[in-house]
Design a protein. Structure first.
Length: 183
């Protein structure tokens, strides 16, 4: 039997679904430790995985981490308030990628094989041994008969919410091609 440590946000936690319906419940012949939390940002995801890894004295055979968006702000989920917009105003895409890289490194440095996945389809800008290139959203789109043809390295559904439109447009116009809205 394998011991698997899983971390992520609400997509991994299984927000508003029975435990039997979580994707992690369909992993058989394994003991699962699921540290996922709804609304978790990548720093929270990495910290939860690291803490559980240290706490578990029997060790893990595999870590599956499903990263949230790089644009998710400190565990607040998808909605960005005015204070967070001000904080993010001076943050560049490079800053977000570098911070995300720190979180990836924390998990990689635990010494257990890691499978990296994403929820929202962010481009995964790191060279790691095991990365699954199809995001959770892209997979669900394919199941519904739709194909993605554009990807951007920054996607958080709340960033596209009307209340965040001005902030998102300013950021995206600076860092992405003209057709970023279609992605």
């Amino acid at each position: 039997m394998k011991n698997i440590l899983i971390g992520g946000d609400s997509w991994t936690y299984g927000y508003d679904v029975d435990e039997s319906e979580r994707w992690s419940s369909h992993i058989h012949n394994a003991t699962i430790a699921n540290t996922a939390k709804s609304g978790a940002d990548n720093k929270s995801i990495a910290n939860a995985i690291e803490q559980e890894h240290v706490r578990n004295t029997h060790g893990f055979d595999l870590i599956i981490v499903v990263w949230s968006s790089m644009s998710r702000v400190s565990g607040k989920g998808q909605f960005v308030n005015e204070r967070d917009r001000k904080k993010l105003k001076n943050v560049s895409l490079r800053d977000m990628i570098m911070d995300f890289g720190k979180q990836v490194r924390i998990v990689e440095d635990l010494g257990t094989p890691v499978l990296h996945c994403t929820v929202f389809g962010d481009n995964f800008p790191f060279n790691v041994k095991h990365y699954h290139p199809t995001s959770m959203l892209e997979y669900l789109s394919r199941l519904s008969g739709y194909e993605w043809y554009l990807k951007i390295p920054f996607y958080e559904s709340g960033m596209l919410h009307k209340d965040n439109e001005e902030f998102t447009k300013t950021f995206a116009d600076k860092y992405f091609q003209d057709d970023w809205k279609y992605a």
